[in-house]
Design a protein. Structure first.
Length: 151
């Protein structure tokens, strides 16, 4: 069985001894990226992107999705019953450049946010403001699947 905590400790020690480019010195940049992504997926860290805050009142839900550098054309929002799904992709703006270090997420993402009630698909609002996707969803009794449009 894979021990996540042992791997994290070992990885931190390796980076202290060999520097931040430890994985790049072991593999090519592409191989290192694929390996780190597979370990991140295994450890469940893919849930950290995009970052999401959810607020509620008696009448609606207010969801903030942190999407810096993402165009609204690259995002799909679907309300499915008591869940909100946010899917999309983050593009690398510097194709062809050698990567020295990278901390920002690039690639496809999907985040599902479970809400405590069904939502009214006909009276929502969704817009981008300074890299933040703001979604307002009124509460409803029942709800079919619906794709939402971003203003």
């Amino acid at each position: 069985m894979f021990d996540q905590e042992k791997f994290r400790r070992w990885s931190k020690l390796a980076q202290k001894v060999y520097g931040q480019d430890f994985w790049s010195s072991v593999f090519s940049n592409q191989q290192a990226g694929e390996l780190i992504k597979s370990f991140s997926d295994l450890m469940g860290e893919e849930k950290s992107f995009p970052r999401v805050d959810v607020y509620q009142t008696e009448r609606e839900f207010y969801i903030l999705v942190d999407l810096p550098g993402v165009r609204k054309e690259d995002v799909l929002i679907q309300a499915v019953g008591d869940r909100l799904e946010v899917k999309g992709s983050v593009h690398n703006p510097y194709h062809g450049y050698q990567v020295l270090s990278t901390e920002r997420f690039t690639g496809n993402f999907q985040r599902t946010i479970r809400l405590p009630d069904y939502v009214d698909h006909n009276h929502y609002s969704a817009k981008f403001v300074d890299g933040l996707l703001e979604i307002r969803l009124p509460r409803a009794a029942e709800s079919p699947v619906k794709t939402l449009h971003i203003d």
